[in-house]
Write a protein that binds this ligand. Sequence first.
Ligand SMILES: *[C@@H]1O[C@H](CO)[C@@H](O)[C@H](O)[C@H]1NC(C)=O
Ligand SMILES: *[C@@H]1O[C@H](CO)[C@@H](O)[C@H](O)[C@H]1NC(C)=O
Ligand SMILES: *[C@@H]1O[C@H](CO)[C@@H](O)[C@H](O)[C@H]1NC(C)=O
Ligand SMILES: CC(=O)N[C@H]1CO[C@H](CO)[C@@H](O)[C@@H]1O
Length: 587
Amino acid sequence: MARTSRSSSSSSSSSSHRWRYLNPSYYLKRPKRLALLFIAFVFVTFFVWDRQSLVREHEDEITKISEEVVRLQNQLQELKSLSGDVGETINASGKINESTKKNVIKDDPMDIQRRGKVKEAMLHAWTSYEQYAWGQDELQPQTKNGVNSFGGLGATLIDSLDTLYIMGLDEQFQKAREWVANSLDFDKNYEASVFETTIRVVGGLLSAYDLSGDKVFLEKATDIADRLLPAWDTPSGIPFNTINLNQGNPHNPGWTGGESILADSGTEQLEFIALSQRTGDPKYQKKVENVITEIRKNFPADGLLPIYINPHTGASASYSTVTFGAMGDSFYEYLLKAWIQGNKTEAVKHYREMWETSMKGLKSLIRRTTPSSFTYICEKNGGSLNDKMDELACFAPGMLALGASGYGPGEREQFLSLAEELAWTCYNFYQSTPTKLAGENYFFHAGQDMNVGTSWNILRPETVESLFYLWRLTGNKTYQEWGWNIFQAFEKNSRVESGYVGLKDVNTGVKDNMMQSFFLAETLKYLYLLFSPSSVISFDEWVFNTEAHPLKIVTRHDEGESSGGLVAQLKSPFRYRSRKEGRTGNK
Ligand SMILES: *[C@@H]1O[C@H](CO)[C@@H](O)[C@H](O)[C@H]1NC(C)=O
Ligand SMILES: *[C@@H]1O[C@H](CO)[C@@H](O)[C@H](O)[C@H]1NC(C)=O
Ligand SMILES: *[C@@H]1O[C@H](CO)[C@@H](O)[C@H](O)[C@H]1NC(C)=O
Ligand SMILES: CC(=O)N[C@H]1CO[C@H](CO)[C@@H](O)[C@@H]1O
C-alpha cells in the first residue's frame, strides 16, 4: 500500500508534499507528532461536544421560555378580560403541572370571554340573592323576597359556595363562609327531605371543605348528617325519605303510600362516604353502603329498578315505573360515581358491576323517533314501554360518557356514541321550542319526533351537565356551542332585574317567580366549566355529586367493604333503636 501510494505521488511531488500530513506513515515514524495529533484530536472532540450540549441546553431554555411567554400572555389576557378572576386555575385545580400547562396554553380567547359572561351571570344571581334573600333558602326574584323551601338552611347560599370559589369570587365566598360559621343553624322543627338535604347541604358543605380546607364546613356537614342519620334505622336499611331535623322521627311522605323512593334512597353514597373519610368515623358510610348491599341482593338481570321500594322489606314495588327521569335517575348515577369516588379499586368494583348491569337495561329502553331518528330513553310500566322522557333524564348522556372509558374497546365507542346521540336529542328539547329552552318532559309520537309535555322550565342543569362531560371527554367543540346557545336562551328569557326565573311555559315565555338554588349550584357551574380548561376541577381528582358539588376522589382499599365483607356485614345483627321503631309504628 505505502509503496503504491508513494509511486503515485511521485508523479506530482508538490501535491505529495502538501498532502503528506494526511499520510499515516508521516506520523507512525515520529512518536512526538503522533502524540501531538492525539492531543489535538482530544481537544477538538471535547470542543465540538461542548458546543453541541450548549446548543441543546439553549434550545431547551428557549422552548421553556416561549412556553412561559404563551402562558403569561394567556394569563394576562384572562386578567384583562376578567378583572378579579385571579387564581381560579391555580387554586381550584390544586397544583399547576405539565397537563395544566398544556391546558392553559390551549385556553381559547373565545372560551375566556364566554366564561366571563357566565361568571357575570353568577354575580347577578348571587348579588340579587344577597340583597333580597340572604340566608334564606331561595330567592323569588319578581317579588324580591326570600322563601324557605328547605327548612331555612340557606340552601342557595350553601349550594353556591363551591361555585363562588371556583369562579374566584373570593369576597363573596368569604362573606358566605362567615354566615355558615355564625348563622347557619340546623336545629329546626322541620320535616326535611333526606335526599334534598344530603345533595344540597351535606354535598355543598363537603365540597366547600374539599376546596378551601376550612374546617367550619366539615363541622357543619357533620352536624346536619347526624340529624339525617336516623332515617336509615329501618328493618331493611333502606332509608325513610323524610326526617324532622330536631326531633328525628323519620317517615315517608304520605303521597308515596308509605314506600321509599329509589332515587331518594340511593343518592347519599357519595356524600356520606366522603364524610366518613373526612371525619374518620365509619358510621355514615356504613348506613349508605348497606343500602346498596340490600338492593344488590335482589338486583334484577337488567339492573332496572322501579321507583318505589319498601323500607320494611327492601322489596321493589313492581307495579311502579322504571325511569331514568324523576325518582329513578341519580340512583344509577351514584353506582358509577361511587366507583369513581373510590378510584375504581377492588373495594368499589361491585358498584361498577351493578352500573354496567343497569346500562344493559338502559339500552333496552332506547328507541328512535320518526321521521328524524332522535334517540331517546323510554320509561317502563310493568311490561310496556312509554314513549316519554324527562329533561331530568338528560343527565344520562354525561353519565354514559363518563362511564364509557371503563369498558373495553368496542363497547366503549358504542356507549360514547349513544351518549352523543342522546345529547343531540336533549339539545333539541331546547332548540325545538320558541324560547329555545326545554320543557320538563317530552313525548315521542310516530311521525312527530318530539312534543313538549309539561311545558315549564325551572332552570334545570341536566343538558348542560351532559354537554360539559361530552366536551371534556371528547374535546369536540360542538358541545361548547350548544351550551353557549342554551346559556344565551337563559339570558334572554330568564334574566330579570333581580336574578333569574323559570318559565311557566316554554312556548309563550311567561315567567315564574323562583330562582332555584340548583341554577347557581349546577347550571351556572357546569356552563362555567364548559368554557374552562380541563384542569379546573380535573376528572382525575374530583367527582361531582348529583347537585354538581365536586368531591375529592380518595382511593379505597377497605377490603372489608368488598363483596366478602359486605356479606359479613349483612350477617352481623342490625341494631334497631326501639324509640325510632315505636315512632315508625305510629306513623
Ligand atoms: C402533576 O400532578 C401529578 C399528580 O397530581 C404529580 O404526581 C406530578 O408530580 C405533577 N407534575 C408536576 C410537574 O408538578
Ligand atoms: C362533534 O359532535 C357533533 C355532535 O355530536 C358531531 O356531529 C360531529 O361529527 C363531531 N365532530 C367530530 C370532529 O367528531
Ligand atoms: C388513583 O389511582 C391511580 C393508580 O391506580 C393513581 O395514579 C392516582 O393518583 C389515584 N388518584 C387519586 C386521586 O388518588
Ligand atoms: C389563595 C388561596 O385561596 N390559596 C389556597 C388554595 O388552596 C389551598 C388548599 O388546597 C390553600 O391552602 C390555599 O390557602
